[in-house]
Write a protein that binds this ligand. Sequence first.
Ligand code: AHG
Ligand code: MN
Ligand code: MN
Length: 341
Amino acid sequence: MVVDRKILTLDEFTIQQLRDFPQATGELSGLLRDIGLAAKRVNVEVNKAGLVDILGDTGNINVQGEEVKKLDEFANDQFVGVLRHGISCAGIASEELDDIVVFNDPVSNNSKYICMFDPLDGSANIDVNISIGTIFSIYRRVTEKGKPAELKDFLQPGNQQVAAGYIIYGSSTIFVYGTRRGVNGFTLDPSIGEYSLSHPDIKCPESGNIYSVNHGHFFRYPESVKKYIDVCQHKNNTNGGPYTQRYIGSMVADVHRNLLKGGIFMYPETTDKPNGKLRLLYECNPFAFIVEVAGGKATNGKERILDVQPTELHQRSPFFVGSKKMMEELEGFLNSKDAKA
Ligand code: AHG
Ligand code: MN
Ligand code: MN
């Protein structure tokens, strides 16, 4: 009897994609496999976070001036370690590290990719059992292969991303990644320790009824954003009533939900933080890429996120991302004469 196996593992899927590109070297598949492995290790620690002495602050402050939880450091070490020992990555940048890390060994110097990541996003939620995640972004290096990677390999606009993705450590663990060919999601099957294709060819609904924003900062937002929030609270495309407000405080979980169900996520600038909070290179760009490939839109309020030329590794950016029609409605306010005045 021939068994028709419909479920593909992440490795099977990336290898199948390679078959369509005979010139491909398999380096990207290798890099995704390495990221998947590091994420499995993080997943195990996240799952037992309440049991072991890995909770709580380390007492250190990260390069952003924020408190670092122990699990952030653990996650960072896993990703750096796995990618350093792999053969597909010339260097990395991380939210947790001041500077880029160039692996600078003969094999890594010959790799064509660099990777940037937020090893643990939503880390304020670690000790209260709420979904947290990892975000990553992959670029082809612009410097010559064979030599160590350089900062300019990392300071590329998001439209140059080769792939981007995230892992949610939630009620189940899901690995979602996108290339220009599409976005696909894989759920970790703990019984075999493999990611299995569970969300093929994800498309972001054109519209939705969820808006996600931190209302606590409302009075510090620009007038244009306040006006849009007012619309969210009074009108709805589908049933004439207000949208539903959902904000977990883990962007990975908030944007994942909106990507699947339709919605908009906003982290605007505030009067006290004129560049917002989120980091362009390893928080905004990966999500902008994934959501755009899935049919949605992303902006910093002035221009398409993916077209911003970065100048610093850890630069912050206001961020608006989501369903196409909701984003267009928002842009109507952001681009109005009043907003530009
Ligand atoms: P991180 O844990 O990597 O510092 O990022 C947290 C981010 C993001 O996930 C979330 O949407 C946002 O910070 C929440 O910030 P507020 O508490 O200011 O809303
Ligand atoms: Mn983060
Ligand atoms: Mn983080």
